[in-house]
Design a binder for this molecule. Structure first.
Ligand code: SF4
Ligand code: SF4
Length: 89
């Protein structure tokens, strides 16, 4: 299989680094290696790889992460229907 392609900027994933305590749970549980630790805090190294499974949000002890399950694809479809520029699923 060739290299996988990901849609740009359609995922709802957000991380508030001010609330992060650097426990590393998001790095451990993410199946797509979206997060890494930088200077003791979570960093979204590959945000577009997120499939919005919600595992990081559920396991973050401080509520630093938010993500709407499945919203990224829906947002892409709605954008296309409304004629808004951007990628679509
Ligand atoms: S929602 Fe799932 S795929 Fe996306 S960053 Fe969190 S654990 Fe990774
Ligand atoms: S799970 Fe939450 S507190 Fe832990 S490293 Fe990730 S964002 Fe920071």
């Amino acid at each position: 299989m060739g290299e996988l392609l990901y849609l740009e900027d359609v995922v709802s994933l957000a991380c508030d680094r001010e609330r992060c305590v650097g426990c590393g749970m998001c790095v451990i549980v993410c199946p797509h290696a979206v997060f890494e630790l930088r200077e003791g805090r979570a960093h979204m190294a590959a945000r577009n790889r997120c499939m919005e499974c919600g595992a990081c949000m559920r396991n973050c002890p401080t509520g630093a992460i938010s993500v709407e399950a499945g919203e990224g694809c829906v947002r892409g479809v709605i954008n296309e229907l409304l004629g808004i520029e951007g990628p679509c699923c």
